[in-house]
Design a protein around this ligand. Structure first.
Ligand SMILES: [Mg+2]
Length: 127
């Protein structure tokens, strides 16, 4: 199920990931389950870079070149697996995120949500 993302930068990444998998005959490993698990693993690696930092230290993590490079690399891994999973499922992740942001703006109107972290009930239960 192929779907071309509208964003040219994302489309380029998706095409490069397709080629990368094709050249290695890795498409057969790229099932939605495997890619979702790989994505979760990479999110875990990103969390591992931040988990023992204080909130203040985490806000300054990019000031340390070595640590910042590790965080950047994990963000790249997360993006790769999210883009590949989205491609396999025929989802444009930017369009999906835009839809979710529109929905969040309705769930959290500024006049009721300003300065508040209280969670509103979700209409579709996807969080
Ligand atoms: Mg990684």
């Amino acid at each position: 199920m192929e779907h071309e993302p509208n964003d040219p930068g994302l489309a380029d990444l998706v095409h490069r990931l397709r080629r990368f998998a094709d050249e290695r005959d890795w498409q057969r490993f790229h099932t939605p389950k495997n890619l979702a698990m790989a994505l979760a693993g990479e999110v875990g690696e990103l969390l591992a870079e931040l988990q023992w930092l204080t909130p203040e230290e985490s806000a300054q993590v990019m000031a340390d070149p070595e640590h910042g490079a590790r965080v950047r690399a994990e963000i790249g891994d997360v993006m790769i697996y999210l883009a590949r999973l989205s491609d396999i499922l025929g989802i444009d992740p930017l369009a999906a995120a835009t839809d979710k942001l529109t929905e969040a703006a309705h769930r959290y109107p500024v006049e009721r949500s300003y300065g508040s972290a209280v969670k509103a009930p979700s209409a579709d239960r996807t969080g």
